[in-house]
Design a binder for this molecule. Structure first.
Ligand SMILES: Nc1ncnc2c1ncn2[C@@H]1O[C@H](COP(=O)(O)OP(=O)(O)OP(=O)(O)O)[C@@H](O)[C@H]1O
Length: 683
């Protein structure tokens, strides 16, 4: 290629510079993966070329009759370079600027924040993020990429060059051939890579499953024999015939998912997973199914062992690649697998779709509907089998993806029951906060006479597990599911009001209903307490007018004086709270425990102002136990301090019995307690 005089210098996007720096340090112990990454990109580039040829026939004209789409790996011991080239789609100048030297992935900022500087942890994270092209700098001190876009004239070749230190140069060059060549000028001390045997074995280890041929120049037969003696590569007769005298295909080169399961080892599947997912770790589970009948398709789907970095990003990448007759067509963006299975990676290959299928066409396609239905069922079955046969593995899955799977209860009505069976919760029976209870577990150990599945929603699991609402349930030994994730609201309130015929009931909504678990004596006691406390309740209600919709006595508390619950007709308070963003239900009800000494004492409180202080303090305390925010924290503190000073009796001026507030308050303007706090403003 001849060089054009115009050379421009650009700076890397700040994130790229940061990532490059981290990458070169944290990936060093696994430096060979640069080859896997560059081959993977080359393979994607050829896939894209094949796909574009369907919609742009003029690109097809470019192809020679004997054109062989391939990836080539070469090395030059003299120049100390390794070159990875492909005859795929190539890049225009704009594409080079947009793709190389820029990170266009959503969630990059958050991802970078997670990096700690700890080498091992960062290496795993970076692997998950997808190191891609930049991994070349782990072994290279300079990388030169030369490319020409398919369909572009030879005069529009582009050369990108950088030492990875913050800047790169671009120049226009004469590009004789379509595609991309990446030349790595190795760092000092990396000469062990300049070895055909080594490169072949790295390719076979990481890239054997790439469905395109990866070719290398044939070396002295000893080298070739050594590679074959590894026994990892068996070529088809066709492939062997295609090889030139100078070049041999190093990998097997057939689409892995088309091969019979019996031929494939776990290592084959794991290697392929790393290619499709750009993940470093092995998958947690996978399924490989060839379906024949009305529609014919192959599924090779993986459940990763760790959540991808962008799982919660606005537009997370869906990781299933749709193929039609082995040709890559597009990455699923929700047409094939639903959003709640967005963590699944893999390949779906269909023989029933046209090669020029577009996202729009997929929407109305019966074949796609059928494949989707079957793929979802198979993934749910895979998870069910994992849950039944390997609880530890399933717990690991749940930790990473449980919150996403819960979305399925709302998103996938048809599979609601199956998904509900896969959910795991922490309950009052759990020894730790680990979610280890399924709805079936719960249903299986319900008490005689218990007819509901009880749950408590709270902003966090800790708030749920210490909530006063659980007191009576704990005393009666009734299990309660503790729900502390945002998505739990949607799981229980709207969509999963019952599980296999048993109703779900919040323990913080309406009047507690223990069904047959409440005996006659308890009922009688509750009724008597309601009558005995009627006057106090009326006074409290008046005081809390505008704050609490009602005040009533409850049997749900044993040790706490009060709690806040949602009104029967309301949605569960936790949902309301999150919708409003405040912390309390729209029309909360304050429930007081008639057996608590504080409540008992209040019944005798004659001083209306002091009663008002107690009422507000009880209300706000109850709000705090919900993990809610107080609307008026200063008022709460003022009232509380006022009462504390009264209780200590050490006011310096009064003993609290003279009708004043006993706070040492000197202005005496309203005579109400609560103003002894020097910081509190008058109400
Ligand atoms: N050989 C190539 N031919 C054509 N385009 C390429 C090639 N290599 C890289 N690219 C372009 O550069 C982009 C960035 O590559 P990079 O390897 O950094 O990330 P990626 O492949 O998109 O994702 P990942 O980081 O997960 O590997 C690619 O998406 C592709 O558009």
């Amino acid at each position: 290629m001849s060089v054009d005089a115009t050379e421009e210098t650009f700076r890397f996007q700040a994130e790229v510079a940061q990532l490059l720096d981290l990458m070169t340090h944290s990936l060093y112990s696994n430096k060979e993966i640069f080859l896997r990454e560059l081959i993977s990109n080359a393979s994607d580039a050829i896939d894209r070329l094949r796909f574009e040829r369907f919609s742009r026939p003029e690109l097809a004209e470019e192809a020679d009759s004997d054109e062989k789409l391939r990836i080539r790996v070469a090395f030059d011991p003299e120049a100390r370079t390794i070159t990875v080239s492909d005859n795929g789609i190539g890049m225009s100048r704009e594409e080079v600027i947009g793709n190389i030297g820029t990170i266009a992935k959503s969630g990059t900022g958050e991802f970078l924040k997670k990096l700690s500087g700890d080498q091992r942890g960062d290496a795993a994270l970076i692997g998950q993020f997808g190191v891609g092209f930049y991994s070349a700098f782990v072994v290279a001190e300079r990388v030169v990429l030369t490319t020409r876009r398919a369909g572009a004239p030879p005069s529009e070749g582009v050369r990108w060059s950088s030492d990875g230190k913050g800047e790169y140069t671009l120049e226009t060059v004469h590009g004789d051939t379509r595609g991309t060549a990446i030349v790595l000028h190795l760092r000092e001390g990396e000469d062990d890579l300049l070895n055909g045997y080594r490169l072949r074995s790295v390719i076979q280890k990481y890239s054997d499953h790439i469905s395109l041929p990866i070719v290398m120049a044939s070396e002295a037969s000893a080298d070739g024999e050594a590679a074959d003696a590894e026994g990892t590569t068996q070529k088809t007769a066709e492939e062997t015939a295609e090889e030139t005298a100078e070049e041999t295909t190093v990998n097997r080169g057939s689409a892995l998912w088309t091969r019979p399961k019996s031929e494939l080892t776990e290592a084959d599947y794991h290697g392929f997973y790393k290619h499709v997912s750009h993940d470093f770790s092995d998958p947690l589970a996978y399924l490989h199914a060839k379906v024949e009948g009305r529609y014919e398709y192959t599924l090779l789907l993986f459940v990763p062992s760790r959540a991808p970095y962008d799982l919660w990003a606005q537009q997370p990448r869906q990781g299933v690649k749709l193929h039609v007759q082995r040709v890559f067509i597009l990455e699923d963006s929700g047409q094939v697998l639903p959003h709640y299975l967005r963590f699944v990676r893999g390949v779906i290959d269909s023989g029933d779709l046209p090669l020029n299928v577009s996202r729009e066409m997929m929407q109305g396609s019966r074949a796609v509907d059928h494949i989707r239905g079957s793929a979802v069922k198979k993934v749910l079955k895979l998870l069910k089998d994992m849950a039944e046969n390997d609880a530890e593995k399933y717990a690991a899955f749940w930790k990473q993806f449980g919150a996403v799977l819960k979305e399925g209860v709302a998103e996938d009505y048809g599979n609601r029951e199956e998904i509900a069976g896969l959910l795991r919760f922490t309950s009052t029976y759990s020894p730790t906060q680990e979610p280890d209870v399924s709805l079936d577990d719960y249903a299986g150990r319900m008490k005689d006479g218990q007819d509901k599945i009880y749950y408590l929603l709270a902003p966090t699991l800790s708030a749920a597990s210490t909530s006063p609402h659980l007191e009576a349930f704990r005393k009666k030994g009734i299990e309660v599911l503790l729900l502390g994730e945002v998505v739990d609201n949607w799981v229980v309130t709207g969509l999963l009001q019952e599980f296999k015929g048993t109703r779900l009931q919040s323990v913080a909504q309406g009047v507690p209903d223990f069904g047959d678990l409440e005996d006659a004596a308890e009922k009688e006691e509750s009724e008597r307490a309601a009558a005995d406390f009627a006057e106090l309740l009326g006074r409290l209600k008046e005081t809390l007018n505008g704050k609490a919709w009602d005040v009533r006595v409850t049997s749900r508390l044993t040790t706490s004086p009060a709690c806040i619950v949602a009104n029967e007709a309301e949605t569960d308070f936790s949902l309301a709270q999150r919708l409003r963003g405040s912390g309390l239900p729209n029309q909360p009800v304050l429930e007081v425990n008639p057996r608590h000494p504080l409540v008992e004492r209040l019944r005798r409180e004659q001083d209306e102002a002091r009663l008002a202080d107690w009422a507000h303090i009880l209300f706000n305390q109850a709000a705090l136990t919900l993990g809610a925010r107080l609307d008026d924290p200063a008022d709460f503190v003022g009232r509380l301090n006022g009462l504390l000073v009264t209780l200590t009796g050490d006011t310096g001026s009064t003993d609290g019995t003279d009708g004043t507030d006993g706070t040492g308050d000197t202005d005496g303007t309203d005579g109400s307690p609560g103003h002894g706090d020097p910081g509190a403003e008058p109400r």
